[in-house]
Design a protein around this ligand. Structure first.
Ligand code: SAH
Length: 352
């Protein structure tokens, strides 16, 4: 089992059983999470202990491939986690922040046709440690980003492969690890969970982590179009989803985000903009427009820039807070909706 699955008390028990002094567990935990170090780099530990840790409590993280784009400001890795799960994870450096975009599932069951992960289907859930380990990888990468960025990981978004709220237990476990002050130590307010609209866990997210942000992948502002674009809408209709997000807002007092992939001739009409403006107002939401990124399994293409501007202008004229997401890593297939488990040796594996 990966060492990232262990809490500090559990790690302490293990090291205690090895006859290690009491302060060791905290030292190792700090090395793993806060310093994002490998065992080899923990030179403050005796070499024999480092060897035993690597042997008996491996990290379980294997980098199969790494790519960079945007002048080194975007880095993507294909990781094998816990020996059997292969996923992609991304870190993006901006002027004022460095954001890690982490995966929660191998594939996804939500089946949105325009998303490469959705096209894979669901192979497996990641465990809490496997999800959180990606943030540790991101923290290591942050140091290698260009000097035009802060060079330290400041934010985590659950916007990689998978539907976070369809893997609730492990996602909540991962948030706990990432916000543990004795460990990774990221503030709750620097974490955002994105959902396609799996409704029941939204209230529990508000309850358990009221400071964690929420992004909702809406993509359509009426049920007819949304049923087509986002099959999960047939289970949780727009009205039901809106109620859940409104309740989340009432509880957390935070502004939710609405994500909207702009698809040429599909959801970029004036009619959709008007309907979206009503929803955004009702939810006090910020709208993030994402020109569609190409995926191999879908003929859908991005709205042309003029249409994106027109759509954004209609929203902003209606008083909605709107931004157009600056697409990152498209040429290395690291952009929104492009992540999937592919590797030259086809190491994509499912649990038997
Ligand atoms: N399943 C969650 C987490 C994934 S986040 C969710 O749906 O929110 C990834 C974001 O990229 C989502 O907003 C998703 O709708 C969006 N997306 C998917 N495919 C895309 C594509 N081809 N181009 C642009 N955005 C896309």
């Amino acid at each position: 089992m990966s060492v990232y699955e262990l809490s500090l008390p559990t790690l302490a028990e293990r090291l205690d059983a090895w006859g290690e002094p009491r302060f060791r567990a905290r030292q190792v935990f700090d090395g793993l999470w806060r310093r994002a170090a490998t065992y080899d780099e923990m030179t403050d530990l005796p070499a024999s202990l480092r060897g035993r840790l690597a042997e008996e409590l491996p990290t379980g993280v294997e980098v199969l491939d790494e790519r960079t784009a945007d002048g080194g400001a975007t880095r993507k890795a294909l990781l094998r986690l816990g020996d059997r799960h292969v996923i992609e994870t991304v870190v993006m450096g901006y002027r004022d922040r460095v954001t890690g975009c982490i995966s929660t599932q191998v594939g996804c069951a939500m089946a949105c046709g325009f998303c490469a992960t959705g096209q894979m289907g669901l192979l497996n859930n990641l465990t809490a440690g496997e999800i959180a380990a990606q943030a540790v990888w991101g923290r290591r990468q942050a140091a290698r980003l260009p000097a035009s960025t802060p060079r330290r990981l400041t934010n985590i978004v659950f916007m990689g492969m998978g539907e976070p709220l369809a893997n609730e237990r492990h996602v909540f476990g991962a948030i706990e690890r990432l916000t543990d002050p004795a460990g990774f130590g990221l503030g709750d307010r620097h974490i955002t969970v994105s959902t396609v609209g799996v409704v029941p866990p939204i209230a529990r997210l508000a309850e358990r982590f009221p400071q964690v942000g929420l992004a909702v992948s809406l993509h359509a502002a009426d049920d007819e179009l949304r049923n087509e674009l986002v099959p999960a809408n047939r289970l949780w209709s727009l009205a039901v989803l809106e109620d859940a997000v409104a309740a989340w807002h009432a509880k957390t007092h935070r502004r939710p985000s609405i994500e909207w992939a702009m698809i040429d001739g599909v959801n970029d009409t004036d009619d959709q903009a008007s309907k979206l403006a009503v929803i955004a107002h009702r939810l006090a939401a910020h709208v993030n427009l994402i020109p569609l990124n190409p995926t191999p399994g879908s003929p859908a293409v991005a709205s042309p820039p003029g249409r994106v501007r027109r759509f954004a202008a209609r929203l902003s004229d209606a008083g909605v807070n709107v931004t157009v997401r600056n697409t990152r890593g498209r040429d290395i297939e690291a952009a929104c909706g492009q992540l999937r488990s592919v590797s030259p040796s086809s190491s994509l594996t499912a649990t038997p």
